[in-house]
Write a protein of this length. Structure first.
Length: 336
C-alpha cells in the first residue's frame, strides 16, 4: 500500500500529554511491508521515532526527524498447546483491545493489565506492569525490524532482559520497530489476585473469572487515575526506586512509617508516590502543571503546559525527593 509522508504536522493528537510540538516528517504504517518499503527506499532519517499511543512520551521540543506512527494490526491464533494458546498480535493493536479480546475468548493472563493505554508493540519496551502482573509474564517473543538494514529479528523473551519497567529495547531506542508480539495465555482459570487493592475489589465476587478481574482493575484505575482525554498525562512520571540495605536502614530509622517492599537481593522498593507526597507535592499546582490529587506520581497538563514546563516541574519534584531522602527518582516517561 502507498504510504503518505506529511511535513511539519502537529503531534498534539498523538501524545496523551497533549503537547503541541511538530514533527518535521510523519508517516503512518499499517503493515510490515510498509515499514520495510520505507527503509528500502532510504526514507529513514538519522532521527527517527516510532510512536504508538504516545502515552509514555513527553515531547519537550519540535521533533527534527521522522515520526513513524504505528498502526500494524491483527490478532491471530498461532496454535493451541494443551491448556495454552499462542497468539500473534500486530504491534499497532491497542493494548486494551487485545486484553478485551483475551477476556472475551476465556484466555487468562492479560486481565491484570487491563486499561493501560498504548499499543501492543510498546508494551515490552518498558515491560508494562500493574496489579501484580507484567507483560513479560505472557510474552514468548517479539519480532522487530532493524531501521538501518530492514532485516527482521526475533527476540525471545530470554533475550529481552526484562525487569521492573526495563527491557533491552531501552538500551538502544529507535533502532528496532517491533512489528508483532507473540503471547502465551492459559485457557485454565489461573488468576493473580495477590495485589491487595485488587483482592479487596474482588472480595464480594464468588469464583471470579478473567472478566471480573478486568472489570475490577478498570474500576480501580478509573477511580485513581486521570483520564488522558480530560487531563493530559502519561501515567506514572517516575519509577518506584530500589535502594540498598544501608540507605533503607537509615531512612526507616528516621521515617518508621515509610512503606517498602523487600526483595531477595536485599534491595528495597519504596513507593515514589509516598516520597513525593512527603515532600509536599501531592495535589500541587504550578502554572499549567499539577500532580494528580489521588496519585501524586502522575503529573498532569491542565491544558496549555509546554513539555518544558512539565519537565521543569518534574525536575523540581526530583530535587525535593533527592534532598529529603537522598533518592534520585528516575523518569518512567521517555523525554524527547
Ligand atoms: C493514564 C495512564 C496510565 C498508565 N498506566 C500504566 C501502568 O499501569 N503500567 C505501565 O507500565 N504503564 C502505564 N502507562 C504508560 C503507558 O501506557 C505504557 O508505557 C504504554 O506501553 C505506552 O504505549 P504507547 O503505544 O503509548 O507507547 P509510546 O508512548 O508511543 O512510545 C513509548 C516508547 O516506546 C517506543 N515504541 C512505541 N512503539 C514501538 C514499536 N512498535 N517498536 C519499537 N518501539 C516502540 C517509542 O519510541 C517510545 O520510546 C500509563 C499511561 C497513562 C497515560
Amino acid at each position: 500500500m502507498l504510504v503518505l509522508f506529511k511535513e511539519n504536522i502537529s503531534l498534539r493528537p498523538y501524545n496523551t500529554f497533549h503537547i503541541d510540538v511538530s514533527a518535521k516528517r510523519f508517516v503512518t504504517i499499517r503493515t510490515l511491508e510498509d515499514i520495510q518499503g520505507i527503509i528500502k527506499k532510504g526514507h529513514i532519517l538519522r532521527r527517527t521515532l516510532v510512536i504508538g499511543g504516545g502515552s509514555n512520551i513527553l515531547f519537550t521540543q519540535d521533533y527534527p526527524g521522522l515520526v513513524v506512527y504505528n498502526r500494524i494490526g491483527g490478532i491471530t491464533l498461532f496454535k493451541e498447546e494443551g491448556d495454552k494458546v499462542i497468539l500473534d498480535v500486530g504491534s499497532g493493536v491497542t493494548w486494551d483491545r487485545f486484553v478485551q479480546y483475551c477476556v472475551d475468548h476465556g484466555y487468562y493472563g492479560a486481565e491484570n493489565l487491563s486499561y493501560i493505554p498504548g499499543t501492543v508493540g510498546a508494551a515490552p519496551i518498558q515491560n508494562i506492569g500493574a496489579y501484580g502482573a507484567q507483560v513479560s509474564d505472557i510474552i514468548l517473543s517479539i519480532t522487530g525490524v532493524d531501521f538501518r538494514t530492514g532485516t527482521k529479528r526475533i527476540f525471545l523473551r530470554e533475550d529481552c532482559d526484562f525487569g521492573y519497567r526495563r527491557s533491552i529495547f531501552q538500551l538502544a531506542p529507535d533502532t528496532y520497530l517491533n512489528t508483532s508480539v507473540r503471547f502465551r495465555l492459559s485457557t485454565q482459570p489461573t488468576l493473580n489476585t495477590s495485589y491487595p487493592a485488587l483482592a479487596n475489589e474482588l472480595k464480594k465476587i464468588k469464583n471470579p473469572g478473567p472478566e471480573d478481574v478486568r472489570n475490577a482493575v478498570i474500576r480501580i484505575r478509573r477511580r485513581k487515575l486521570p483520564d488522558p482525554e480530560q487531563r493530559g498525562n502519561a501515567g506514572s512520571f517516575f519509577k518506584n526506586p530500589f535502594v540498598e540495605h544501608s540507605l533503607w536502614e537509615s531512612l526507616i530509622k528516621e521515617f518508621p512509617e515509610m512503606p517498602y517492599h523487600k526483595y531477595e537481593d536485599d534491595k528495597f522498593k519504596i513507593p515514589a508516590a509516598w516520597l513525593i507526597e512527603q515532600c509536599g507535592w501531592k495535589g500541587k499546582q504550578r502554572g499549567q502543571c499539577a500532580t494528580w490529587p489521588s496519585q501524586p506520581l502522575v503529573i498532569v497538563n491542565l491544558g496549555k503546559a509546554t513539555g518544558e514546563e512539565i519537565l521543569d516541574f518534574a525536575r523540581d519534584i526530583q530535587k525535593s525527593v533527592k534532598k529529603r531522602f537522598n533518592i534520585l527518582l528516575a523518569p518512567e516517561v521517555r523525554i524527547v
